[in-house]
Design a protein around this ligand. Structure first.
Ligand SMILES: Cc1ncc(C[n+]2csc(CCOP(=O)(O)OP(=O)(O)O)c2C)c(N)n1
Ligand SMILES: [Mg+2]
Length: 543
């Protein structure tokens, strides 16, 4: 179940002091449990943080992409909304890629952006934001620059409730610098329901279709894990002997990969999805778009003769899904409703288990190890309870074969495809998961989009193992080249990444670091790197 977010206690200012925008906002955030503020400050934010209360924590990111990425990871790990503070148009601009990602991740983020003082706004002042509420659109669910200073606390409360309504996502409040000292009434925290029960008539149709199906498949998306529906989905799959696929580009796991019903991962290519789902007469998509495509495709979206049914919390996705029956709902509530129906009288036969993969071999002497070997080794040495945050696009298909996730809340990546999220998200997930080791599994190219996150990890002394898969290139783009008509062996421009020294980059930001090139040494290095209490970086030289 998602955490219940709101207590019905009114927020009150410190006794005796006049209530200002600042005291009302801080009291509101305190009541909402949002006392960790992710930010990168500028002059317009300095008034916000005067007399910063001791029970609040400011988490500094050295570039705004990292600030939002950290907040995203933290919100996902804690299952609560996170608050972000950015500096004016420049800060929001730097953050935009990860705001886009938070929008697609469905992460509830309340972003405050500093604005110049109201009295000088008519004169296009230095570091103002011309159209502050438009800047982050369309990747915020709601944005506002309140008409009056005294409306700021109320706007923040509303922003928080909007962020938490399914589908969750980022919202933005632009706050002029001179507002903070102005008088404002405290805002009482309200109790807000955030679950969506499915339309019972459509749910019954979907349940009937599932009961009538001879060979059902379930496709799980990030919505399953996000919504705390992992165990219910397993129960549903077992009841119906349904094979379970992970949706294309899913940002979270949704089903134990060692379960006999686990079927594998769907690629983001229409024809291949249809081919892999071939033989199923019903496809039940849970918390997943059906489907996310990465390249053009032709023909049907599902196998001929099959029916698509979908449970998803997003009305837009319901609307664009090209075929079948869909119902908007919270996944845990929808799946519970399916489970509340009587089980089929005669259980279906269990489908065949998927074949095991041959082991990846170490490289011949003098050659770099394969990603398959590196990730197989990681799979063998890490505790399955360890959390992995991944952003290594070219290695993703190999990871899906070699690194197995079997528990809820242990795998995070981004839904958007926008690089620069993984490094800071690793930091945010670790900050939001006390007592757990977090692995950041990041490509050499991806890590460089927000490499400053290493500094935040070092300052916060978080138990993170950054594993940089250094193949000295943008492999994903090189692998993709033939799809776009490149001749075999032709290398696309701008895809070679020579001379990056990740050990030096880490040490320069206060992190311990080491490089491993010897496949025989890898297991020992990894084992060691997963112990201890602080962060460290291991650069793995891969092919
Ligand atoms: C913000 C952003 N810029 C560029 C891209 C295009 N892109 C997709 S994958 C990729 C390469 C990533 O390289 P790396 O992290 O080294 O992983 P590898 O492909 O080598 O496994 C690039 C540049 C993107 N997805 N997002
Ligand atoms: Mg690379």
């Amino acid at each position: 179940m998602p955490a219940s977010l709101y207590s019905p206690t009114p927020a009150v200012p410190p006794t005796g002091a006049p209530s200002t925008v600042r005291t009302a906002v801080l009291a509101l955030l305190r009541e909402l449990g949002m006392t960790t503020i992710f930010g990168n400050p500028g002059s317009t934010e300095l008034p916000m943080f005067r007399d910063f209360p001791e029970d609040f924590r400011y988490v500094l990111g050295l570039q705004e992409a990292g600030v939002v990425g950290m907040a995203d990871g933290y919100a996902q790990a804690t299952r609560r909304p996170a608050i972000v503070n950015l500096h004016s148009a420049a800060g929001v601009g730097n953050a935009m890629g990860n705001i886009f990602t938070a929008f697609l991740n469905r992460t509830p983020l309340v972003i405050t952006a500093g604005q110049q003082a109201r009295s000088i706004l008519p004169f296009d002042p230095f570091l103002f934001s011309a159209q502050a509420t438009e800047l982050a659109k369309p990747y915020v669910k709601w944005s506002i620059e309140p008409a009056r200073a005294q409306d700021v606390p109320q706007a923040l409360a509303r922003a928080c409730y909007v962020a938490m309504q399914p589908p969750c996502g980022p919202v933005l409040v632009s706050i002029p610098a001179d507002d903070w000292e102005q008088p404002a009434e405290p805002v009482a925290v309200r109790r807000i329901g955030t679950g969506l029960r499915p339309d019972p008539v459509v749910l019954a149709e979907i349940g009937d279709a599932l009961d009538a199906s001879e060979r059902p498949a379930i496709v799980v998306g990030a919505g399953v894990d996000r919504d705390g529906a992992w165990d219910d989905v397993r129960a549903l799959a077992e009841r119906h002997s349904a094979r379970v696929w992970v949706a294309p580009m899913s940002a979270r796991g949704g089903f134990a990969e060692d379960h006999p019903l686990f079927a594998g991962f769907l690629p983001a290519i229409r024809e291949r999805i249809v081919q892999r789902l071939g033989g199923h007469d019903l496809v039940l998509a849970l918390g997943a778009p059906a489907f996310s495509y990465h390249v053009e495709g032709q023909g049907p979206h599902i196998p001929e003769g099959a029916r698509l049914c979908q449970l998803i919390d997003d009305a837009h996705t319901v609307a664009w899904t090209p075929v079948g029956t869909a119902v908007q709902c919270s996944i845990h509530l929808g799946v519970r409703d399916l489970l509340a129906r009587p089980a089929p009288a005669t259980p279906r036969a269990m489908p065949a288990r998927r074949a095991a993969l041959p082991r990846a071999e170490p490289p011949p002497p003098g050659e770099r190890m394969s990603v398959a070997f590196a990730l197989q080794t990681l799979d063998e040495v890490r505790d399955p309870g360890c959390i992995v945050v991944e952003e290594a696009p070219g290695s993703r298909p190999v990871m899906q074969e070699r690194l197995h996730f079997t528990r809820s809340h242990t795998f995070f990546t981004m839904a958007s495809g926008g690089l620069g999220w993984g490094m800071p998200a690793t930091v945010g997930v670790a900050l939001g998961s006390p007592g757990q080791r977090v692995i950041g599994l990041i490509g050499d190219g991806s890590s460089m989009y927000s490499i400053q996150s290493l500094w935040s990890a070092a300052q916060l002394k978080l138990p993170i193992t950054f594993l940089i898969l250094n193949n000295r290139r943008y492999a994903a783009l090189q692998d993709f080249a033939p799809v776009f008509g490149y001749a075999p062996g032709e290398t696309p421009q701008g895809t070679a990444l020579p001379d990056l020294d990740f050990v030096a980059l880490a040490r320069g930001q206060g992190l311990e670091a080491l490089r491993v090139s010897d496949a025989n040494a890898l297991a020992g290095v990894l084992r060691q790197s997963l112990q201890g209490t602080g962060p460290l970086l291991v650069e793995i030289e891969v092919d």
